[in-house]
Design a protein around this ligand. Structure first.
Ligand SMILES: Nc1ncnc2c1ncn2[C@@H]1O[C@H](COP(=O)(O)OP(=O)(O)OP(=O)(O)O)[C@@H](O)[C@H]1O
Length: 261
């Protein structure tokens, strides 16, 4: 059953890029309540990014149904626009516009919610600019507003990415391997920031990770994908060695070690 109160609800979802014989998701059932902090685990190619892309309508299931904040995902443009406004996306490679400043990148997150003529010309009100600056402060980048994105460190770029996602006033943050390109200390800082946002703003946060220790430290709920299905769905504190073996077993111990930060 699709739950109208859930932030995200998947019912028997099948997704493919090539055809049903090559399905990536093969009957995913999932309910994520508002304000959850979930970590998605799974070996490379198991469909973590695909699952996240299904949550904001970047890809659509060929069978089953997805609902975001109670709204059923469909091909209809108004539905997609609405769902994308409610889901802020954070990427491994930050997806910033290099030639723009940190503040200008953050303001890009406001464009979809602005009247067309102002968005086209990039005309922001003083209030919107003040909000952009407040968001930079919130992610720890006060004083970096005028810095070009390509001159920032990886951790700073990811902070700008988070501020840009917040600028669209989302209810859900989807972070696709947000710390995969960062060192362990910076990774912890970024996950702490996402956790603080989850706690302070009550946003639902769903993060895909490869590092088991980070998942255990920062995740509250662990969802692991295996062979296109949810194989494990439990509180992070209850994740056992047996579970980890099940998720990464096919890689052998070496494959697992490589993923542990
Ligand atoms: N745009 C695409 N077109 C065709 N196939 C795709 C596309 N994106 C992903 N796939 C395939 O779908 C499967 C799942 O990919 P996905 O990126 O969702 O996995 P993942 O668990 O996020 O992997 P990783 O941890 O390596 O990022 C893989 O076999 C991949 O090759």
């Amino acid at each position: 059953m699709i739950s109208p109160e859930a932030a995200i609800s998947f019912q028997n979802v099948y997704q493919t890029y090539k055809g049903p014989q090559d399905a990536v998701l093969k009957g995913v059932n999932l309910t994520i309540p508002p304000s959850d902090f979930c970590v998605i685990l799974g070996r490379s190619g198991m469909g973590k990014s695909t699952l996240l892309r299904c949550m904001n309508g970047l890809v659509l299931p060929y069978e089953g149904s997805v609902a975001v904040c109670g709204q059923q995902l469909s091909r209809e443009k108004t539905v997609l626009r609405h769902i994308r406004r409610r889901t802020g996306m954070i990427f491994q490679n930050y997806n910033l516009v290099n030639r723009l400043t940190a503040l200008e990148n953050v303001m890009c997150g406001m464009l979809p919610g602005m009247p067309f003529h102002r968005a086209m010309l990039g005309l922001f009100t003083a209030e919107e600019t003040a909000r952009g600056l407040a968001l930079l402060r919130e992610v720890g980048l006060e004083g970096f507003a005028d810095h070009r994105a390509d001159r920032l460190s990886g951790g700073q770029k990811q902070r700008v990415g988070i501020a840009r996602a917040l600028a669209q006033n989302p209810e859900i943050i989807l972070a696709d391997e947000p710390v995969a390109s960062l060192d362990p200390v910076t990774s912890g800082e970024i996950l702490n920031l996402l956790k603080a946002i989850n706690r302070k703003n009550g946003l639902t946060v769903i993060v895909s990770l490869h590092q088991i220790e980070l998942a255990r430290t920062y995740g509250e709920r662990i969802i692991a994908l295996l062979e296109g299905k949810v194989a494990i769905d439990k509180p992070a504190g209850q994740l056992t060695e047996g579970d980890i073996g099940r998720i990464y077993g096919g890689c052998g111990a070496r494959g697992r070690e490589e993923r542990v930060s």
